[in-house]
Design a protein around this ligand. Sequence first.
Ligand code: PLP
Length: 491
Amino acid sequence: LYPEEFRRQAHLVVDFLADYYSNIEKYPVCSQVKPGYLTKAMPKSAPLQPEPIETILQDVQKHIIPGITHWQSPGFFGYFQSNGSTGNFLGEMLLTGFNTVGFNWLASPAATELEMVVMEWLLKLLQLPKSFSFSSDGGGVIHGSTCESFVCTLIAAREKKLSQSRVERDDLGKLVVYCSDQTHFSLQKACQVVGISPNNIRSIRTRRSMNFQLSPKALLMAIESDVKAGLIPLYICLTVGTTPTTAVDPLLTLSDIAKRFHMWAHVDAAYAGSACICPEFRHFLNGVEGVDSFSFNPHKWFLTTLDCCCLWVKERIDLTKALSNDPELLKNKASDTKKVVDYKDWQIALSRRFRAMKLWMVIRSYGVTGLQEVIRKHVKLAKYFEALLFADNKFEVVVPRNFAMVCFRVSPLALATVANDSSNEDSNRLTQTLLESLNGSGVVYMTHAVIEGVYVIRVAIGSTLIEEKHVSMLWDMVQEYASNLLANFNN
Ligand code: PLP
């Protein structure tokens, strides 16, 4: 790496990205390429000789951009957003530029300590209980994804169970994990990794009449029946802001039940955790003091790009006992003192990125008030879209909106006015067609969920460049496309 040439090339890339953001609305939001398009366009072997950055960037423009789904576009309303910011990009540049591998304190003291600092800042911002702090027996770590946090906390829970009760290694097949049918599917993956049999995952059914919250009564019944059958309750995943509808589980009651059965309770607030930095949304975390661990993803709604999942645990010893090793190669005096944090013992991998740098840059460059403003702006836009839906009887808002995501469908009542005979299936079919035609326009992109047999369009508001005019444009399109579909319903 030659510093001057690095400077020149990096400037070209920054210019390229600034142009990309200026032009982002010109691209179809969801990529329209066909499978295999890039394999056909690329040479079969790697180039033998170095190529100039200018040529490479031309190829990015010609071949890569058409195959990108533009998550940062203001027309992107799909999944949950993964928004970014200038502070984050610059932080990402710095952390990649330093390219440290801070697996233990000594390998990069700043990487470890900045992570601890940022996690303590966030702990205060979210008003998490003191017990999650490094100043008590807890602490926070940045993982790459929620799945990783699930795996690590599941292993910690398993080892704790083995050490505390009369559970033997031979009994591992009896351990049971509880969640709801709205819990993110990465919990299933984590259980596969950890070796929890799919037969021992209780995905408890939720109901629309209860806004898709996990019912304490149903949980209790499931646990009692398992205990009766000689199984061992291990872990429960509670969610604040479920993926299909942003439902919020009642943390306090559920964590009380978990305690009664000596289970580990984890809260997954991957999306909605960010909103809880605003006092008016903090109540969604009420009861978090009763759980063993909590995670949220700044890489969704906190202006921080992938990958960044913040995990706190109440008893850091549970995590480090389960995940530590002490190879000769890494022995050093600082670790020997046991007074430093060696983050390799808080995660799956050994090596780790200096992710705290970008989070620190985001928090500093926006300030708490700036971050709160962003969240409030997105929620306000979601409210605006929801109000438009409420005022039009062609549509039904299917679940109450908690944050900045609205779930709607073509109302069966609207269908009944154009068809002699209409059913839930007709509404599902029409809503799906509506979604496909809107997405096919290339101007907007949304995704769907099916909840209790109802097909809904999810409108997640919070992409990096979103403004009111984009929500108005979405609304105009939704109305126009739905009116056409309804007019032609019987044809
Ligand atoms: N949990 C919830 C509630 C989610 O909505 C998602 C993704 O949308 C995840 C977990 C998984 O997120 P990731 O893999 O980005 O950590």
